[in-house]
Design a protein around this ligand. Sequence first.
Ligand code: A3P
Length: 293
Amino acid sequence: MSVVEDHDVGGNSISFLEVDGFRYPIVDQEIVKGMSQLKVKDDDILLLAYPKSGTHWLWEITSMLLQGKAETVPHWKSKVMVELQPQEVIDSFPGSHRVLNTHVRYNQLPVQAREKRCRIIFVLRNPKDVVVSFFNHHKSFTNLYGEYNGSLKDYLPFFLVGKTDYGSWFDYVLEWEKDIEAQQDRHPIHIMYYEDMKQKPLEEIRKLAVFLGVPTDDSLYSAVAEKCSFKNMKGDKEPYDPKFKGQLFVYRKGQVGDWQNWLTPEQNEMLEKLYQEKMKDSKFKDKMRFTLT
Ligand code: A3P
């Protein structure tokens, strides 16, 4: 268990924390080690997503629905992220229906979250936009990965074989697919797509509200959708979310299909080929949308 330095295919250095063979950003290893023993509450909700899939967005929306008002939550979502925070920080949010969140797999969740059958929201985003977003993330977050100076050309193969923190996007989705199937009688599970949220936010927020069991209120749903638009969140979360060189880095572009501005036809083909191969038996395969028209 330690910080490991790796290199993309162009030889550019990037570092991670490795615990039991699994890669994380360089965070507190004692917290990562203690994650499985974290105490959670019966009514805690688990928001799960591969990095860069819209975790901040869905966390804010879920939190607003649970608080019953479209008001910005006055803290960073990672204050209740299970691999990042010690027990005392999680416990400093004493209310009911906390929206704990994480990028880990089912078998890495706190044991209590599994035993207590916490409700799960699982968010997916198409991997072409994820790789572009994660590439920008790795270049920005020097405190979590060291100074990474690679190009997307050198980064893409590194991402595709799963050498980044939290491993391969494909393994993440396929493992979760199996676990969701195995656990659906134990945990209430709601699956969401970033692209659906962009295309029909009201409809998706309504479905999420039904899953959460909050009172039906169309005017609240509209207010939440508006308050959580990319532009509004970028402004409203300014005091709470982390910055890099004075800029909020989470709210980069917030679009579906930005990959078209980044991936060359050859890079797209490389990703597409692997996608077809790896996802061939997945129920998620045809649901993933790479552009919005
Ligand atoms: P981009 O880098 O493509 O812009 P996560 O929260 O899982 O780290 O995901 C970050 C991605 O979600 C970023 O994607 C970010 O811009 C996008 N995002 C954050 N808030 C959003 C919002 N309110 N609406 C749409 N996308 C949002």
